[in-house]
Write a protein that binds this ligand. Structure first.
Ligand code: ZN
Length: 380
């Protein structure tokens, strides 16, 4: 396993799904550090986080990097004494992230804007457009659901021309992933209700299957036309979503309807449906997957997920991503855990004489960078 890790040491990964960092001026508390390594939103969960494998392992890795004791207090004290930009740069360099495909949809007023992030973080960056946020912004000036769909498609075309690398949907959060076509009348009625809320100046949050799935079907056509990979949040995430409705198997219409021939779909996170995702990668040419978030959040189970994914999915379909956000510590931890899980899985294949050492090195480097470069048509 050590040999594989060393062979990949010089590979600058393409992190094809991550989020922007907090501005460096934001103070970081123990609660922030704990909530970084859990999908819980309830602050009361913070007291349980130290009783998780992921957090203990993360503290150990961060402390090793900062050369301090593996405790929360020591890590916070040590990072506070460092210049924030230099600290972030050092951790990102250690994570060997060469390119970030950034989803700015998961951001707050404390997060760097797109322009600020590009300026502050010395890593190559490309944008991934978050579909639902874009669609909510395009409600003004449209009178019908068809005009709205057309406006969204036109914005996706513009984003592609401006250099966006792909599109991401959080339909799992807003409607679940059991995709189906809804009656035109139902979609139109939901649209009018959403439009009226927007006109009254109320906060607009796109939700419900008729609109969310209708939008997804339209966006998939535009992604197909523009050659933009469509990232789909699958599997676990924060408790806003109904996990029972987040299996990628529900996306079947995108894989079987000839309308979407040529569409590239990337299943994100996947756990605990990583076996279902691996199956879809094995039978549908356009489907890809990652284990972002699964590694490291699933702790001990993350390594098993990697092994199970590689059992069925071709390694030409598996992509590296961290799903990191807010703090550079997450990039560091996710990268280390991910590379180790990848090395353990491929080492097993070498030991069983399924692959030679050189083939395993090549396959792993594809997962870390090559597959994403090809899929997102990245240069370099
Ligand atoms: Zn994410």
């Amino acid at each position: 396993m050590r040999d594989l890790l060393e062979a990949w040491a010089d590979i600058e990964a393409v992190d094809h799904h991550c989020h922007p960092l907090w501005r460096f001026t934001r103070p970081v508390t123990a609660a922030d550090l704990r909530m970084l390594f859990t999908e819980a939103l309830d602050g009361a969960m913070a007291r349980h986080v130290p009783s998780t494998a992921v957090y203990r392992d993360a503290l150990r890795r961060i402390a090793q990097e900062l050369d301090c004791a593996p405790t929360e207090e020591a890590v916070l004290r040590e990072r506070k004494g460092r210049e924030p930009a230099a600290h972030a740069e050092a951790l990102l360099r250690r994570s060997r992230t060469g390119t970030m495909l950034l989803d700015h949809g998961f951001a707050s007023s404390e997060t760097f804007s797109i322009a600020e992030h590009a300026e502050a973080i010395p890593v190559q960056q490309r944008e991934i457009v978050r579909l639902e946020v874009l669609a909510e912004r395009r409600l003004g000036g449209v009178r019908s659901v068809d005009e709205w769909f057309a406006a969204v498609r036109s914005s996706l075309r513009q984003a592609a021309e401006a250099g966006a690398a792909g599109v991401k949907t959080i339909a799992a959060y807003r409607a679940g992933l059991r995709l189906r076509r809804h009656a035109a009348g139902e979609t139109a009625a939901d649209f009018m209700r959403l439009k009226e809320r927007a006109q009254r100046g109320e906060p607009v949050r796109l939700s419900g299957a008729p609109l969310v799935h209708g939008l997804l079907f339209e966006a998939a056509l535009e992604c197909r036309d523009q050659g933009l990979p469509l990232q789909v949040h699958c599997g676990f995430g924060d408790p806003d979503e109904d996990l029972a409705e987040a299996s990628p198997l529900g996306l079947r219409p995108l894989f079987t309807d000839p309308l979407y021939e040529g569409l590239k779909v990337v299943l994100l996170h996947c756990y605990p449906f990583h076996r279902e995702a691996a199956y879809l990668c094995a039978v549908f040419e356009g489907v890809h997957m990652d284990l972002s978030l699964t590694l490291p959040i699933a702790g001990l189970d993350g390594g098993r997920a990697m092994r199970e994914a590689l059992g069925l999915a071709p390694w030409s379909k598996l992509l590296y991503a961290s799903d990191a956000s807010r703090l550079p510590e997450y990039f560091l931890v996710a990268a280390a855990v991910h590379r180790e899980a990848l090395a353990a899985a491929f080492q097993e294949l070498v030991e069983r004489r399924v692959l030679t050492q050189d083939e395993a090195i090549d396959a792993g480097s594809r997962v870390l960078a090559g597959n994403a470069r090809e899929l997102y048509r990245l240069s370099g």
